[in-house]
Design a binder for this molecule. Structure first.
Ligand code: HEM
Length: 325
């Protein structure tokens, strides 16, 4: 029956009013009123669009011509970019990364011939070491059974393992060389003098931490070279004043081979599994964290001490303005 009635009415839109006529007059009125309203609304919208179009197109063309005037641009960059000293300074100050640098610097103080770039290179090598070191940690276990095997595995089987290990080794050697050269240049340029005495001392701590990083890394491959280097190195700790059992006043303070500073460093009285684990933790966690904190202080102090030292600022002849007559 349902099929029959559908067939009769045809089911199309045309038949809807007819169906309405049969039963609901109100429905027809409402539908036609809505239709008229929609038609009028669409017509009005089209007219408004037509009227506004030229202005809107013009606006878009202006944006394409000069995007620096848009709201989105001015919300990000709050100053102009015309090449004036003020805008250049604002460019540095209002950038989250660049604002770590001074807005203005003495051109001669940052010449490579003056700084040798060695402080920056030391820091760069530290970043390389952190990155490659974290990757090495994915393959290395600090245990007597595994350590040397992991190194062999890295050298021969891990894809790019050899280059990864060697990047870490070479960057470590270079960092030690770079930090010495940096200190040498600071000394040669007299930059340790007032007002930079404090930063020189921070630097000395950084030097010691760099050497300790190098030393603790030495034991990690657990090869003969590292084992004997650490044996010799930690034997020196026996003679530490007060804290070593063979050092001045050590005996009087009750130091023995089983409670002195060497024992603390090795986690025992011989270079063995505990020493390997302790080296690993100092090398990968302890010293890098302490060194990072001191580096932050070091860089902050370079700025607070008036930027990198250097000859008095000079002007190029092209910058000297003719006096007004
Ligand atoms: C991890 C080690 C170190 C890092 C990453 C580091 C980094 C830097 C950087 C980037 C600068 C800016 C100037 C430049 O590059 O020459 C600087 C300046 C300075 N550093 Fe270091 N440094 C380190 C170790 C040392 C050491 C060992 C000393 C001295 C014992 C030292 C003393 C100074 C002083 C006094 C300045 C100011 C120099 C000036 O104003 O001309 N730093 N350091």
């Amino acid at each position: 029956m349902a099929e029959e009635s559908n067939g009769k009415n045809g089911g199309g839109q045309k038949d809807a009013p007819a169906a309405g006529q049969n039963g609901s007059g109100n429905g027809v009125g409402l539908l036609s009123r809505v239709r008229t309203k929609v038609a009028v609304g669409v017509k009005e919208d089209l007219q408004t669009l037509k009227a506004d179009m030229p202005a809107k197109v013009k606006e878009q063309v202006e944006i394409v011509k000069d995007p620096t005037k848009t709201q989105i641009y001015t919300s990000i960059f709050r100053h102009k970019h015309d090449d004036t000293p003020r805008n250049r300074a604002l460019g540095v100050l209002s950038n989250v990364f660049l604002h770590l640098h001074p807005a203005k610097i003495n051109r001669d103080a940052v010449r490579y011939s003056y700084t040798w770039g060695m402080g920056g290179i030391t820091f760069y090598l530290f970043i390389v070491l952190t990155f490659t070191g974290v990757l090495l940690m994915y393959y290395y276990h600090p245990t007597k059974v595994q350590a040397f095997r992991d190194v062999l595995y890295l050298e021969h089987d891990v894809p790019f393992g050899k280059i990864l290990r060697n990047m870490h080794r070479w960057a470590a050697h270079l960092m030690v060389i770079a930090v010495w050269l940096h200190m040498y240049r600071v000394f040669l340029t007299g930059s340790y003098k007032k007002p930079r005495e404090f930063n020189w001392n921070v630097g000395v701590i950084l030097l010691v931490l760099t050497l300790l990083l190098s030393f603790t890394g030495y034991l990690l491959p657990d090869d003969q070279l590292g084992f004997w280097a650490v044996t010799v190195g930690t034997n020196m700790a026996r003679a530490t004043p007060l804290l070593g059992h063979e050092g001045p006043f050590g005996h009087q303070l009750g130091m023995t081979p089983y409670n002195d500073i060497r024992f603390g460093l090795l986690g025992g009285s011989i270079v063995d599994a505990n020493a390997l684990l302790r080296s690993y933790i100092w090398h990968c966690i302890g010293i890098p964290i302490v060194a990072s904190i001191f580096m932050i202080v070091h860089f902050w102090r370079v700025r607070k001490d008036g930027g990198i030292s250097g000859p008095a600022p000079v002007m190029l002849s092209s910058e000297v303005k003719e006096p007004k007559k």
